[in-house]
Design a protein around this ligand. Structure first.
Ligand SMILES: Cc1cc2nc3c(=O)[nH]c(=O)nc-3n(C[C@H](O)[C@H](O)[C@H](O)COP(=O)(O)O)c2cc1C
Length: 164
């Protein structure tokens, strides 16, 4: 018996039952700084430390990741919903979405957004086909917990907070 194809909108709703944290993945490519909100992020390996992030092939960030070969995962705190919204609106890297957002550059030249819970600085290790996304694995080069605060969460298509 053939299995019926699941529509994209249904799949989004169903996978939205899986609660996640929220991060902004930032890059620096040839002087252009860019960032994109992402929750398709998973730790892959402890030794060596590796993580993965899935990026839509249509996103500007996709080419920035491919060209720069480095990125940083900025894990958002619960009071950074506005930051998540800024980086979830598509923009050309030239338009400088980082304008108006407080940040400094890490040792690898990639932006670290102020106020985040943690930063994980990576070099792109590999790229794998993932349908309309590319799966980028990142080799973790530096990582820090910067702030003791509650995380921003995403569940059923909405921002959420941990219960007390
Ligand atoms: C909570 C949340 C999580 C998201 N996670 C991802 C993700 O993991 N991968 C992805 O490609 N897009 C994700 N997006 C969508 C991108 O943030 C969005 O397409 C963005 O506009 C891309 O920007 P760019 O085209 O300037 O790179 C997410 C959006 C939100 C609000």
């Amino acid at each position: 018996m053939a299995i019926e194809a699941i529509e994209a909108a249904d799949y989004r709703r169903i996978i939205g039952q899986f609660a996640t944290g929220v991060a902004v993945v930032t890059t620096a490519n040839d002087g252009l700084l860019h960032g994109m909100t992402a929750n398709a992020i998973t730790s892959v390996s402890l030794d060596p430390p590796l993580l993965l992030v899935c990026i839509d092939k249509a996103a500007h960030s996709h080419d920035q990741f491919t060209q720069s070969g480095r990125f940083t995962v900025n894990i958002l705190a619960e009071d950074q919903q506005e930051v998540s919204k800024i980086f979830a609106a598509t923009s050309e890297p030239e338009q400088g979405r980082l304008q108006g957002v407080a940040f400094h550059l890490g040792a690898n030249g990639v932006p670290l957004i102020e106020g985040c819970l943690a930063y994980i600085e990576c070099a792109v290790a590999d790229q794998f086909e993932g349908g309309d996304h590319t799966i980028f694995t990142g080799s973790v080069e530096d990582a820090t917990v910067a702030r003791g605060a509650a995380p921003l969460l995403f569940y059923q298509g909405k921002y959420r907070r941990l219960a007390d």
